[in-house]
Ligand binder design. Structure first.
Ligand SMILES: NC(=O)c1ccc[n+]([C@@H]2O[C@H](COP(=O)([O-])OP(=O)(O)OC[C@H]3O[C@@H](n4cnc5c(N)ncnc54)[C@H](O)[C@@H]3O)[C@@H](O)[C@H]2O)c1
Length: 343
């Protein structure tokens, strides 16, 4: 299983390290193949740390691997995924899939038609905190889920340790905090509560960067009757790199996810007044049986690709999140009018 990388930045480095830790590298006989990044210093540093070989072009990477990670800035994903599909490669593509819903749909159509293993970087689907919270919601003792309050804030990632220039360029990133960051949150709202039938949203642009909104609030109606709100903010408080807090109200249970996206804690209170909490290793141990395979997204991608099996979350899952994000932008453009979703 020869694995290549397109893009050698922050998230490529994360996946390379995570694959090493997963145990799948040895189990599946992974060969660290090519890496390409137009930033040659980055490509060289990545190769030196990971054992990949620097390639001079994208084509060279694609022609010498069986599975490829597409970890470039967002606008490049559709073109590179199409090239990978032409070669029948298994594909891990970062989120967002593309800067538009239409492109994301085309990408999903391509990978599905080719029948290749495809996975998207919506990694919270394997987070112990979210897996555990979902189990608490689905437990009959909780009753029906009634409402959710989802807050996500981080300093605008054109600064700090991200120091990302492309996130301030709408041609490369597509948009601001909602598409670039909170597509994760939209995916988790669907994962925790269910399909979304209607949204209404407002956005603001305090930093004045063209096309890069930095505050969005949305109200959400779910198919199952639950209601929700999402607030996502890119501010300048460098002490807050990325913070999520999710409050879920069921008929007979109240659940909070806070702290670390992976290790919680998750708190919950039942109608008896008993208070419970899980975090860290205990949360990981509790959540592990709730999913097939391991909690490592990279190990599971490579295992599935080596076996020629489907993996998850798929491009189709990402398209569902893109559809909601696009509806929120459409609502905002229409002054917050309700936008109905069709699946
Ligand atoms: N899943 C997550 O939690 C998560 C976290 C961070 C970033 N991301 C996503 O990952 C992608 C990359 O983000 P990042 O933070 O790693 O950015 P980054 O700036 O650290 O790295 C992106 C790299 O892509 C390179 N690049 C651009 N065009 C290329 C091409 N055609 N071929 C090869 N390399 C190319 C750039 O030179 C740059 O080095 C974005 O889509 C972003 O939204 C996902």
């Amino acid at each position: 299983m020869r694995v290549g990388f397109l893009g050698a930045g922050l998230i490529a480095t994360y996946h390379s390290k995570s694959l090493r830790q997963s145990g799948a590298e040895t189990a599946c006989g992974v060969v660290r193949a090519g890496v390409y990044d137009p930033d040659t210093e980055r490509a060289a540093a990545f190769a030196a740390a990971s054992g990949h070989t620097v390639c001079a072009t994208e084509v060279e990477v694609l022609d010498t691997c069986d599975a490829v990670y597409v970890c470039t800035w967002t606008s490049e994903h559709p073109r590179l995924v199409a090239m990978a599909v032409e070669r029948g490669l298994h594909i891990f593509c970062e989120k967002p899939l593309a800067i538009s819903l239409e492109s994301a749909e085309t990408m999903a159509t391509l990978v599905n038609a080719a029948g290749v293993t495809n996975q998207v970087g919506l990694v919270l689907r394997r987070s112990p905190a979210y897996l555990w919270a979902r189990q608490l919601i689905n437990d009959a003792a909780a009753g029906r889920v009634m409402a959710v309050v989802f807050r996500d804030d981080q300093f605008i990632p054109t600064q700090g340790h991200y120091a990302s220039t492309w996130r301030g360029d709408k041609a490369l990133a597509g948009a601001g905090t909602l598409l670039e960051h909170s597509i994760h949150d939209v995916d988790m709202l669907r994962y925790l509560v269910g399909d979304i039938s209607r949204v209404s949203a407002n956005e603001a642009n305090f930093h004045g960067i063209d096309g890069i909104e930095d505050a969005v609030t949305a109200t959400i109606a779910f198919d199952n009757g639950a209601t929700g709100t999402l607030a996502t903010v890119w501010h300048d408080n460098l002490a807050r790199p990325s913070q999520r807090r999710v409050e879920i109200f069921c008929e007979r249970r109240f659940i909070v996810i806070e702290g670390d996206d992976w290790f919680g804690p998750v708190h919950w209170t039942d109608t008896s007044g008993a208070e419970h909490s899980l975090h860290g290793e205990a949360l990981e141990v509790a959540a592990a049986p709730l999913t097939d395979g391991s909690l490592n997204p990279d190990g599971e991608f490579i295992r599935a690709a080596a076996a020629g099996l489907p993996s998850w979350p798929t491009f189709d899952t990402a398209v569902d999140a893109h559809r909601v994000v696009e509806a929120m932008y459409a609502s905002s453009r229409a002054g917050g009018a309700a936008v109905h979703l069709q699946y």
